[in-house]
Structures are given as structure tokens and as C-alpha cells.
Design a protein around this ligand. Structure first.
Ligand code: PEP
Ligand code: MN
Length: 342
């Protein structure tokens, strides 16, 4: 159920609705919008009787939500969410660029890339300290030492840090050193981890699982939000298909589909989606044309020596050139800002 408050509802009216929700044994999720507050209700097993709310002061409407997702829905929050991450935002008019190496390797490598990313005007730096690798013998990441290097990047360059956590301990550490907790494709349906990050107050970048449908992707976001953390940024990173010319198949149609159904921002990672350097530039541009809120791009000063994902890394000069092209495109592109609700 969704309680829509009147425009002139007072804080006392909102508090009373929250109290009634608590008395019923459910959880309330107030979502302030530009014009009015909406309050989502979760925790109910069946339909909630509208009569509990209809006559309360300040209540405009009590709407039954029949879709499996509630908090991500545009019904609850018709305005697009702009998520604060560190000292910057994601989801506004500016195209978000999150760039950096696949993995934190050495201080020299990290600082060299950070300088390039900072010069390009990006506000976000990526780099994995915990790497989900297919082989247990492959480089697994520098762990907490890597996170410390990322924190130094923030101090030195003012870049906000987006980095992956693979388990609860990792979440605690990323909360301490980073600005945004990345949940990788392989953990998109790790429900206990989703609940755990839902209890933190750091924004979460949720990557689409490589075989996840749109519903599964959105319900994973719903898991995080249901725990109280509404600062979720979605990331399309390609899905598995029969195609074998690229590492994955970039599903660009998911961008307008997500924007139609949810108020959450969606960015695209063309690096993992393609796995190949020469495909990153055109797919990044296609993502902007399709209305993505931003991009996550892997950059390495010497891709042939990279400990992880060298084949898809852009060289610093390629990244700088791409950023300039994307900025021009962003100005020309009318972002897809569907206001349809479900
Ligand atoms: C990453 O961004 O470092 C990563 C491992 O991506 P994904 O989870 O999309 O494979
Ligand atoms: Mn990578």
C-alpha cells in the first residue's frame, strides 16, 4: 500500500500515518517528493485495509500496489531520485562518470589513473580491492590495503570512491574507507548481503546479475531499500547470451525500461559488458544516447600488464577522448525521463 499525503500535510500528519503503520506491525518508508510526501508500507502479508488511513488528516489517497516491487516504483516516487554520493550526486542532469582501474594494484598505478580521472572532470573513482574472480588462483585484490589507497585518492584528488564489497566484512570496510558500496553482478541475488547493505547508510551501486531479468534486478534493489537504504544506483553491465563476439551482451533497452518503472538512476558499464577495448567507446556513446545517467569505465595505464581485465581497459588518452565526446553527446541528447508510473 502507498499512502499519498496532501501537499499541505503537516509533519504531525505524516507522523500519525507512520504511527498507524507501526501499530499495524508494518514498516513505513516515507519518500519526500517535490510536491508531496508518499509513504510506502512493507511487511504486510496480504492487502492492507485502506480504512486505516483514508480518514487521517493530511492523507490524499491510499493506493493498493499490486506489483511485487514497491519502493523502487515510480508510483511511490514519481520524481527521479538524485542520489548523493560523497560530495557529488548521481541521477541529475550531469552525466556521471565513474572511472578507474579494474583492480587496485600498486600506489603508482592507482595515482596515475586517478590523476587522469580527476583531470577529465569526473567526480568518481572506481577500483576493486576485493575481486570476484572465476579462478581461485587469479589475483583476488589487495583487500584493506587497497581500500586505504582508495581513501588516499579521495584525499588527494577529491574523487568519490566506488568500490566493491563481496561479503559483510567487506561492506563494513568499504563503509569506512569508501563513498559508495558496489554490489557486483555475481552477488546481485546474494539476499543476505543485500539486506546487510540495506542497513548501512552508504549509497549502493547495484550491478545487474549476468543472467538476471529486469524483475530480478529491480527486486534486488527492492531488497536493499526495504531495509531502509533508499540510495541505490542501478548498473547495467551486460548479460549472457549466445553471442560470443563480446564478453557479454549489453542490454541497452533496459535503460528506458528501468526509467519507466523506477525512480532510481541507472548507469552503464560498457567495460564489463563488452570485455574488449575497441567496443567500449561505441557502447558508451550508445548508452548516453539511450538515456543512461552515467557510465562506469575501466582505465589502466598499461593494460597488457593489468592483473585483471586488461583487454577491456581504456588507455588514459582513450578515456579522456571518450569523456569529451560523451559530454558533447549529453548536451545533444534529451535524456529519457519517462514519467509513466506503474
Ligand atoms: C567490477 O566492476 O569490478 C566487476 C567485477 O564487475 P561485474 O560485477 O559487473 O562483473
Ligand atoms: Mn573489471
Amino acid at each position: 500500500m502507498l499512502i499519498v499525503m496532501k501537499q499541505d500535510a503537516t509533519q504531525a500528519d505524516i507522523d500519525r500515518v507512520n504511527e498507524v503503520i507501526a501499530e499495524l506491525g508494518f514498516q513505513s518508508h516515507p519518500m519526500p517528493g517535490a510536491a508531496r510526501v508518499a509513504i510506502g508500507i512493507t511487511g504486510n502479508k496480504g492487502a492492507v485495509d485502506r480504512a486505516h488511513f483514508e480518514n487521517l488528516s493530511g492523507v490524499a489517497d491510499a493506493i493498493r500496489v499490486t506489483k511485487p516491487y514497491k519502493l523502487i516504483s515510480r508510483t511511490l516516487s514519481p520524481d527521479k531520485s538524485i542520489i548523493k554520493v560523497g560530495d557529488a550526486t548521481i541521477g541529475g542532469d550531469e552525466l556521471t562518470m565513474i572511472a578507474g582501474p579494474c583492480a587496485v594494484e600498486t600506489p603508482e598505478q592507482v595515482f596515475e589513473v586517478a590523476e587522469v580521472v580527476s583531470k577529465s572532470g569526473a567526480r568518481f573513482f572506481r577500483g576493486g580491492a576485493y575481486k570476484p574472480r572465476t579462478s581461485p588462483y587469479a589475483f583476488q585484490g589487495r583487500g584493506e590495503d587497497g581500500l586505504k589507497l582508495l581513501a588516499e585518492v579521495r584525499d588527494q584528488f577529491g574523487l568519490n570512491i566506488v568500490t566493491e564489497a563481496m561479503d559483510e566484512r567487506g561492506v563494513d570496510l568499504v563503509e569506512k574507507y569508501g563513498d559508495c558500496i558496489q554490489i557486483g553482478a555475481r552477488n546481485m541475488q546474494n539476499f543476505s548481503l543485500l539486506k546487510y547493505v540495506g542497513k548501512t547508510r552508504k549509497p549502493v551501486l547495484l550491478k545487474r546479475g549476468m543472467s538476471a531479468t529486469l524483475d530480478e534486478f529491480l527486486l534486488a534493489a527492492e531488497y536493499i531499500m526495504a531495509e531502509g537504504n533508499h540510495d541505490v544506483i542501478l548498473c547495467e553491465r551486460g548479460i549472457r547470451t549466445f553471442g560470443n563476439h563480446a564478453r557479454n551482451t549489453l542490454d541497452l533497452s533496459v535503460i528506458p525500461a528501468v526509467q519507466k518503472m523506477t525512480h532510481l538512476p541507472i548507469i552503464v558499464d560498457p567495460s564489463h559488458a563488452t570485455g574488449k577495448n575497441y567496443l567500449v567507446n561505441p557502447m558508451a556513446k550508445a548508452s548516453v544516447a539511450a538515456g543512461a545517467d552515467g557510465l562506469m569505465i575501466e582505465v589502466h595505464p598499461c593494460p597488457e600488464d593489468a592483473l585483471c581485465d586488461g583487454a577491456q581497459a581504456l588507455l588514459p588518452e582513450q578515456y579522456i577522448e571518450l569523456t569529451a565526446q560523451l559530454r558533447l553527446m549529453r548536451e545533444l541528447t534529451i535524456p529519457v525521463r519517462e514519467t509513466a508510473s506503474i
